[in-house]
Design a protein around this ligand. Sequence first.
Ligand SMILES: Cc1cc2nc3c(=O)[nH]c(=O)nc-3n(C[C@H](O)[C@H](O)[C@H](O)COP(=O)(O)O)c2cc1C
Length: 192
Amino acid sequence: MTDPNALFEAWFDEARAGEPNDAEAMAMATADAAGRPSVRMVLLKGHDGRGFAFYTNAESRKGDELAANPRAALLFHWKSLRRQVRVEGTIEPVAADEADAYFASRSRDARIGAWASDQSRPLESRDLFEARYAKRVAEFEGKDVPRPGHWRGYRLVPDRIEFWTDRPHRLHERRLFILNPDGGWTESLLYP
Ligand SMILES: Cc1cc2nc3c(=O)[nH]c(=O)nc-3n(C[C@H](O)[C@H](O)[C@H](O)COP(=O)(O)O)c2cc1C
């Protein structure tokens, strides 16, 4: 039986080698407490047997929705490979030390940006954002830029993963993996 995480890694390697940019870009869908869906792109910043990790502002719209409803879905579409991967599961927090390590790997400007942006909240003008950014640059002058408490990692722990491959005449191939209660995966096919 194929391990879907190993299959994902093999496809992801091919995407990184072949896609012109952002092979790690994925659409991430959430729903609010009333079940209203929303979707946006984020970057995959870690994949292993635990799940798919990404980083964002916990006070953003997606952060609010994940706090109300921890179910989420991811979609990768690698156009040059003509493949998509659909992932569904439950969100858990990335450990603080892991988030610190990733935050520290970002550029200084990006780290300061995380302090300056109230992600997803109304912004009166671009000038105001630039002024807030400049204020933070001055504040951190000569100092390390720590990870803001609201800037966090999330891991989607998958329970359903589908691999879709383009085939001629729309006779596409769909391989579905469903997580079993014992932690193993059951593979089946779906009509295209
Ligand atoms: C290719 C791409 C990658 C992105 N990666 C991230 C990311 O990793 N984290 C993030 O917070 N926003 C990322 N964004 C911005 C989000 O799509 C979105 O605008 C922002 O997170 C606010 O979403 P929300 O209002 O639903 O919370 C990315 C956008 C694009 C186009």
